[in-house]
Design a protein around this ligand. Structure first.
Ligand SMILES: *[C@@H]1O[C@H](CO)[C@@H](O)[C@H](O)[C@H]1NC(C)=O
Ligand SMILES: *[C@@H]1O[C@H](CO)[C@@H](O)[C@H](O)[C@H]1NC(C)=O
Ligand SMILES: *[C@@H]1O[C@H](CO)[C@@H](O)[C@H](O)[C@H]1NC(C)=O
Ligand SMILES: CC(=O)N[C@H]1CO[C@H](CO)[C@@H](O)[C@@H]1O
Length: 592
C-alpha cells in the first residue's frame, strides 16, 4: 500500500484574450492570493500553478530562483509535463514567489491576443505533473476549449435549446461531445486527482462535455455566467475559500450494503464506478451527497427489520486513514397505509430530481416531464385505492405526508433542467449541480424560498431574522413591497415601484431608477441596512454558499426571471398549480 496522500493543490488559470479582458484572470488570481493563507498548514502541503491559452505555461516557484521561471508546453496533441519536482513545490517554501507570480499574471497577459484555449491539454499536463501524488486540481476557465486534444469545437453554435424545435434529438447536445474527456477523467480518478472547474464566462463553453471531468473525479463545477468582475469576484473568492477550507478527504472509496432481499440498484453523484458494488472518489467533502436507489427482490415480513450500512474509507488532510461506517435499521410493514404515513416528501423529491437529471441528456424533455407527472398520478391512485379499503379515511388525493408532492413535481417540471427553452450550458450546469446536492438543497433549488423583506425590516428587533415563506405566486407580490427569492445558489430582490424612497435610500443608497445590473449590495450605517445584510449573510451561512444577490424592479429583464420563478402561476406553455392538480385528478379518476 502506498503512503497516505499529501494535500496537493494545483491551480490552472485561463489567460486567453477573453479571460483577461473580462477581468476573469484577475479575479482568479486575486481569489487564489486571498486563499493561500487558509490552505492547510504544515510541511506536507504542496502547490503548483500554471496558465494556459493555446499553449500551457508552467512556473517553477523554487525559492532558489530570484523570480518564478516560466516553462512552456507547446504541444497540445501529445501532451507532456515538465519535470514534476520543478512545478510542484511545498507551500512553505514557495509562498513568496507564488504571491509575486499571482500579482504579475494579469499584467503579464494584459495584451494577450491568443483567443484559443487548450483547456483539455492543459488539465492533462497538470495531471501528468500530479500523477505520482494525486491531489486537487482547480481550474479557472473562461472560453470554449477550442484547440488540442479534447477540444469541444464542431458542435452546433446555437446556444439555445428548445424542446419545441423541429430537431428531435437536440437533447444530445446535453451529452459529452465524444469519449476523449471521459477517458481522461477515468485516468485522473485512477491516480486520485480531483478536478474542480470554476467557469467564469460570458459565452457558451460546452459544460456538457467539460463536466464529465469533475463528475468522474469527485469534483464540482462552479458557474458564473454572464461573468462580471464586479458582480462575481466576491462570490468567486468565497466559493474558492469554502472549497478549500471545508472538511475534505482524499482517495476515498465507498460501498452500501443492505439486508438480504434488498439490493443496491444505482448510485448517483460525483464519483468513478469501476465495479457494481463500489464507488471511488479522488476527493470527497461535506457538500457531496450520494443517492442510492434500492431494489426490492424478496418479501419482508411484518415486524422484521431490514438494515442498511454504508462504509466510506478515506484519507484526511493530515494523512490519517479513516473508515466511517453508518448503519440504519428500519421496521418492515405489509400495510400500505403505514408506508404513506411515514413517507419522506423531501427525500422523494430529491430522488425524482436526480433521476430526472440522469435521464435528461438521454431522452426528449417532454418524455421526462410526462414520466414525472405519471409518478405523481400513480402515487395518488395507489393511495386512493388504499383509502377505499379503509373506510374511516377521508377521501383526499394525497396522504398528509405527500400533500406537497404535486407542487414539487410541477416545480421540477418548470425547473431549469426541464424548461421548454433554455441555454444549453445553463441546463448542463443544472444537471451536474443537482447530481450531488443534499436533500435540503434540492428542495430549495426546486421550490425557492420567497420572503417579504419589507415586513421583516419593519419588525421590532427581536433578534430573529425569520419570516414566513410566501407561496410562489404573483398574487402575493405587491408594488409597495420588497421581496427576496433565494434558491441556495442565487438571490433575487424584487423592489416594488411604490416603495418609499427614504427606505430605498437607507437600504441601497440610491433611488429605484439608478439600479444597474451590476449593482452590489453594501452595508450602510442604519438599522434597516444592517438587517438586510444580516438576512442575506444568514442565508449564505445556512447554505454554505455565497449567494450572488441581484436586484430588479418592474420592467427589468431580471424581473422576467423573477416572474418565471412564480411556479404556481400559469405561463403560455405551462400549467398553473390549480390546473396541474385538476389534470392529475382527472387522470387518477380515469384509472381508478
Ligand atoms: C480538435 O480535436 C480533433 C479530435 O477530436 C482534432 O482532429 C482536431 O485537429 C482538433 N482541432 C484543433 C483546432 O486542434
Ligand atoms: C404507472 O402505473 C402504470 C400502471 O400500473 C405503469 O404501467 C407505469 O409504468 C407507471 N408509471 C410510472 C412512471 O411509474
Ligand atoms: C416615507 O417615509 C418617511 C419616513 O418614514 C415619511 O416621513 C414619508 O412621509 C414617507 N413618504 C411617503 C411618500 O410615503
Ligand atoms: C460562504 C461560505 O461558504 N463561507 C464559508 C467559507 O469557509 C469558512 C471557513 O470554513 C466558513 O466559515 C464560511 O462560512
Amino acid at each position: 500500500m502506498r503512503n497516505a496522500m499529501p494535500p496537493v493543490y494545483f491551480f490552472m488559470i485561463d489567460v486567453s484574450t477573453d479571460a483577461v479582458q473580462t477581468g476573469a484572470t484577475a479575479a482568479a488570481c486575486s481569489a487564489i492570493m486571498q486563499v493561500i493563507s487558509v490552505l492547510p498548514e504544515g510541511p506536507r502541503t504542496m502547490i503548483g500553478i500554471a496558465t494556459y491559452d493555446s499553449t500551457i505555461q508552467f512556473y517553477n516557484l523554487k525559492p532558489t530562483l530570484q523570480e518564478p521561471m516560466m516553462l512552456v508546453v507547446a504541444d497540445t496533441e501529445d501532451v507532456y509535463a515538465p519535470f514534476e519536482k520543478d512545478v510542484i513545490t511545498t507551500l512553505a517554501e514557495c509562498h513568496q514567489n507564488l504571491e509575486q507570480l499571482l500579482e504579475k499574471i494579469p499584467t503579464m497577459f494584459q495584451n494577450n491576443n491568443v483567443a484559443d484555449s487548450a483547456f483539455s491539454a492543459a488539465i492533462k499536463a497538470a495531471f501528468l505533473a500530479m500523477k505520482s501524488t494525486g491531489g486537487k486540481l482547480l481550474v479557472f476557465q473562461s472560453v470554449l476549449p477550442s484547440v488540442g486534444i479534447g477540444n469541444c469545437t464542431g458542435r452546433q453554435n446555437e446556444d439555445l435549446l428548445s424542446i419545441s424545435s423541429a430537431e428531435k434529438d437536440n437533447h444530445k447536445l446535453l451529452q459529452p461531445k465524444d469519449k476523449i474527456l471521459s477517458e481522461m477523467a477515468t485516468e485522473f480518478a485512477e491516480y486520485q486527482v480531483c478536478v474542480d472547474i470554476f467557469i467564469t464566462t460570458q459565452r457558451y463553453v460546452d459544460i456538457a462535455s467539460i463536466s464529465v471531468i469533475s463528475k468522474t473525479t469527485g469534483g464540482q463545477i462552479y458557474f458564473y455566467h454572464p461573468f462580471s468582475a464586479l458582480l462575481h469576484s466576491a462570490k468567486l473568492y468565497n466559493d474558492l475559500r469554502w472549497n478549500i477550507t471545508r472538511p475534505q478527504g482524499f482517495e476515498a472509496t465507498m460501498r452500501v450494503r443492505c439486508s438480504e432481499g434488498l439490493q443496491v440498484q444505482e448510485y448517483w453523484g460525483n464519483f468513478r464506478q469501476c465495479c457494481p458494488t463500489d464507488i471511488d472518489f479522488p476527493g470527497i467533502d461535506c457538500d457531496k451527497t450520494i443517492t442510492v436507489s434500492l431494489k426490492l427482490e424478496d418479501r419482508f415480513y411484518e415486524g422484521s427489520e431490514c438494515a442498511f450500512q454504508s462504509a466510506l474509507l478515506y484519507t484526511t488532510i493530515d494523512g490519517q486513514r479513516r473508515i466511517r461506517v453508518s448503519t440504519l435499521s428500519l421496521p418492515c410493514s405489509n400495510v400500505l397505509m403505514d408506508l404513506f404515513h411515514s413517507a419522506d416528501l423531501d427525500a422523494l423529491l430529491s430522488y425524482f430530481l436526480k433521476r430526472a437529471a440522469n435521464e435528461i441528456p438521454g431522452s426528449p424533455t417532454l418524455k421526462v416531464q410526462e414520466q414525472l407527472t405519471n409518478f405523481c398520478i400513480n402515487i395518488s391512485r395507489t393511495y386512493r385505492q388504499c383509502c377505499v379499503r379503509v373506510p374511516s379515511y377521508e377521501y383526499k388525493p394525497f396522504p398528509e405526508t405527500l400533500k406537497l408532492l404535486p407542487i414539487y413535481i410541477l416545480a421540477l417540471i418548470k425547473s431549469m433542467g426541464l424548461q421548454t427553452a433554455r441555454r444549453i450550458d445553463d441546463c448542463s450546469y443544472w444537471i451536474t449541480r443537482v447530481s450531488f446536492i443534499s436533500v435540503s438543497s434540492a428542495v430549495v433549488l426546486i421550490y425557492p424560498r420567497m420572503m417579504a423583506v419589507h415586513t421583516l425590516l419593519l419588525k421590532e428587533p427581536d433578534g430573529s431574522l425569520t419570516t414566513p415563506i410566501i407561496p410562489l405566486t404573483s398574487e402575493h407580490i405587491t408594488e409597495d413591497g420588497i421581496f427576496l427569492l433565494e434558491n441556495g445558489k442565487d438571490a433575487l430582490l424584487y423592489i416594488g415601484d411604490r416603495v418609499n424612497s427614504s427606505i430605498l435610500d437607507q437600504l441601497f443608497g440610491i433611488s429605484l431608477t439608478c439600479f444597474s445590473p451590476q449593482f452590489v449590495l453594501q452595508e450602510y450605517d442604519n438599522p434597516l441596512s444592517r438587517k438586510l445584510n444580516d438576512l442575506i449573510n444568514g442565508i449564505r451561512r445556512l447554505r454554505s454558499s455565497y449567494l450572488c444577490l441581484r436586484v430588479c424592479s418592474k420592467g427589468d429583464p431580471l424581473a422576467k426571471l423573477f416572474k418565471l420563478n412564480m411556479i404556481e402561476d400559469d405561463t403560455p406553455d405551462t400549467f398553473s398549480y390549480q390546473e396541474f392538480l385538476r389534470q392529475i385528478n382527472k387522470q387518477v379518476q380515469a384509472k381508478l
